[in-house]
Design a protein around this ligand. Structure first.
Ligand SMILES: Nc1ncnc2c1ncn2[C@@H]1O[C@H](COP(=O)(O)OP(=O)(O)OP(=O)(O)O)[C@@H](O)[C@H]1O
Length: 362
């Protein structure tokens, strides 16, 4: 059973990011019980023993970051996501978008500010790809020329040639192409915030990798703030700036950078989710690339030495114990450069990128 913590336990307080500066989305002690017979409001210290889909959840998504939400099936990931755009209303607690309480915003207006992508995509079947992508710009009152230009730009960004695809209908696309159109449609109005629920789920492994890469590029280019729900821990590690790990009732098990979550699971539930999995094993399957190392500084004189031939797991083990958070990689006995957590993450991401999903480590 996943570790759960009393809401007033220090470790929980430390992990709620409710006081983050620059938060675009902020959940403040949010509770959702689908069961209508459940009490409508509960005090912060009056936790129900069971039953709530989301039970006293507090966290923030920072401006421009991609936050991945992971956790076992039924732990409340989708409910959490859907409360941010009021597809589901919280039973109690508050959710802020750019400091504004979302319950005070008209839901339709809210959803124009927040893109939403789901696995089933939900394209309008009787509208062309171009019309689907242009939906929000049209609702926003953009003129035809601007909408058409934006549609073409977005289709191009997700790797679909507008000349070939804009006039097709959804049934004339593959599942992966439909998901690309779904991503383009969600981005078309230039929403500052994007919510994604298993957006790449229906795509085959190779297409999924490509779509993830394209999405990462678009995310960086546009600076969109993204909350992404996924079952796939590898996907979370690969794409996210931070990972929110939930257990049943949407209890926060850990909210940290991907490397931190993989390297230092904060609870048995997190270790269960990532520890026995492929990501950890990946650490043993490759090492650092010399090109990624930092130049040496005088402060590295006393740093632990690790041969460049060491795998990422060995580098990580040394990093964890390194007082300054840096190790020096050696090549043939000579110092080659320094590595810190960022370098390690770069190495891990490269490894994930070049490891077939159904290959030897699966
Ligand atoms: N509309 C609903 N009515 C009643 N219960 C619901 C409803 N939607 C979800 N639930 C319940 O709330 C809990 C959380 O569901 P949710 O879909 O948020 O979980 P999840 O983590 O996204 O799951 P999965 O990974 O399987 O998609 C589950 O116990 C689920 O059965």
């Amino acid at each position: 059973m996943a570790a759960t913590h009393a809401p007033d336990a220090p470790r929980d307080r430390a992990r709620t990011a409710g006081d983050d500066d620059g938060a675009v989305i902020r959940f403040d002690h949010v509770h959702k019980a689908y069961d209508e017979s459940a009490p409508a409001r509960r005090g912060r210290d009056d936790r129900p023993a069971t039953g709530a889909a989301v039970d006293d959840l507090s966290f923030s998504v920072r401006r421009g970051e991609l936050l991945a939400v992971v956790g076992p099936s039924g732990c409340g990931k989708s409910t959490t996501l859907r409360m941010a755009n009021r597809l589901v209303e919280p039973t109690s607690g508050r959710i802020f978008l750019d400091g504004e309480d979302v319950t005070q915003v008209d839901p339709v207006a809210l959803r124009r500010r927040i893109g939403y992508v789901i696995q089933e995509v939900g394209l309008f079947p009787h509208r062309t790809v171009g019309q689907n992508v242009g939906t929000v710009p049209r609702l926003l009152g953009w003129d035809r020329a601007r909408t058409t230009a934006r549609t073409a730009e977005l289709l191009g960004l997700v790797g679909l040639d507008p000349a070939r695809y804009a006039r097709r209908y959804p049934h004339q696309l593959s599942g992966g192409e439909r998901q690309r159109v779904g991503v383009a449609r969600a981005l078309a109005g230039g929403p500052p915030v994007l919510l994604m629920d298993e957006p790449f789920g229906a795509v085959d492994p190779v297409g999924r990798r490509r779509l993830q890469n394209e999405f990462l590029r678009v995310h960086r280019e546009l600076g969109t703030t993204v909350m992404l729900v996924t079952h796939d821990v590898d996907e979370a590690v690969r794409l996210a700036d931070r990972v929110l790990v939930l257990s049943r009732g949407a209890h926060v098990e850990q909210l940290a950078g991907p490397l931190e979550v993989v390297a230092r699971p904060a609870s048995p539930a997190v270790a269960d989710l990532v520890g026995g999995g492929r990501t950890t094993r990946l650490l043993g399957l490759g090492g650092l690339d010399r090109r990624d190392l930092w130049p040496l500084t005088a402060a590295d004189a006393d740093a632990p030495r690790v041969p460049l031939t060491a795998d990422l797991g060995e580098v990580l083990a040394e990093l964890v114990g390194a007082p300054a958070g840096r190790v020096v990689l050696t090549d043939g006995g000579r110092d080659a450069g320094a590595a810190d957590a960022t370098v390690l993450l770069t190495g891990l991401r490269r490894l994930v990128d070049h490891t077939p999903r159904d290959g030897a480590v699966a």
